[in-house]
Design a protein around this ligand. Structure first.
Ligand SMILES: [Zn+2]
Ligand SMILES: [Zn+2]
Length: 238
C-alpha cells in the first residue's frame, strides 16, 4: 500500500485544530446566532437584497430608479450595490472587519457577483478588480485588509485578475471635517502605485454611504490613465 492517501502530519494537526475550534467556538449564523452555518438558510433567504430594477443607476441606492434623493450631479461614478446595509448584511460586514471572521469574505464577494449579474454588467469588459484599501491605521489594527480578501474571492469567482493598485496614506482625522472637506482630505490620501493606464477597472468596497472613499479612489485611478472605472459594493446605507 502506498501512503499517498494518508493525510500529512501538518494536515492532521490543522484538521484537529479546526475540529477543536468548532467544538469550543461553534460556527454561528451571522443573522440569528444559531450554531451550525455561518449563514443559515432562513437568514440567507431573508438577506436584504437591493432590487436592481428599482435601484438608482448612478449611486446604487434602492428605489432610486426614477428619482434618487441619495445622489446628485456631483456623483460621477456608477456604483452597483448588492444589499441594504441592515440586519445580517450589516453583521456580515462588521464581523469580517472587526471580528476577524475571514470566512465571510466570499459571501460579500458572492453578493457583489449577484448584483453585477442582475445589472447585466459585462465582465468581459473589465480588465481588473481594484479595492478601496483600508487606511494605514485600520490595517495596522486589524492585521489584514478585508476588501483585499473580498477582491481576491471575487477574482476567483469571475476569473478577472485583482489589480492591487491603491493605497491610502494616513489622512487627517475625518471626523472633524464636513462632507466637502472629507472628500478633499480623502482625495489627497489615495495613492495609485501600479500602472493602470488604459485599464477598465471594477472598484469594490464593503459599504457605500456618501460614496466619498469610492469616488476618491476612482478619480485617482482615472487621473493615472485608467480608461474606465465602475464601482460595486456589498452594501448600501441609504
Ligand atoms: Zn440564521
Ligand atoms: Zn442615486
Amino acid at each position: 500500500m502506498s501512503g499517498t492517501h494518508a493525510p500529512s502530519a501538518g494536515g492532521t494537526a490543522a484538521a484537529l485544530a479546526e475540529a477543536l475550534g468548532e467544538l469550543m467556538w461553534p460556527t454561528r449564523c451571522v443573522g440569528c446566532g444559531e450554531p451550525g452555518a455561518l449563514l443559515c438558510p432562513a437568514c440567507e433567504a431573508r438577506l436584504p437584497w437591493v432590487s436592481q430594477l428599482w435601484a438608482c443607476p448612478t449611486c446604487g441606492a434602492p428605489f432610486g430608479w426614477l428619482v434618487c434623493t441619495a445622489c446628485d450631479a456631483s456623483w460621477d461614478l456608477r456604483v452597483v450595490c448588492a444589499l441594504s446595509y441592515e440586519g445580517a448584511a450589516r453583521r456580515m460586514v462588521t464581523l469580517l472587519k472587526d471580528a476577524h471572521e475571514l470566512r465571510l469574505a466570499p459571501y460579500l464577494a458572492a453578493a457583489i457577483a449577484v448584483a453585477l449579474d442582475e445589472t447585466q454588467t459585462d465582465l468581459d469588459a473589465i480588465d481588473g478588480i481594484c479595492f478601496v484599501p483600508a487606511t494605514a491605521e485600520a490595517f495596522a489594527r486589524r492585521g489584514f485588509d478585508h476588501m483585499e480578501l473580498v477582491a481576491r474571492s471575487l477574482s476567483r469567482a469571475t476569473g478577472i485578475p485583482v489589480a492591487d493598485a491603491l493605497a491610502r496614506l494616513p489622512a487627517a482625522d475625518q471626523r472633524a471635517l464636513g462632507r466637502e472637506g472629507r472628500q478633499k482630505n480623502l482625495a489627497g490620501s489615495v495613492v495609485v502605485y501600479a500602472d493602470v493606464a488604459g485599464a477598465r477597472l471594477l472598484l469594490v468596497d464593503d459599504v457605500v454611504t456618501t460614496g466619498a472613499s469610492m469616488r476618491a479612489c476612482a478619480s485617482a485611478l482615472l487621473a493615472r490613465g485608467a480608461s474606465g472605472v465602475m464601482g460595486a459594493a456589498a452594501a448600501r446605507v441609504w
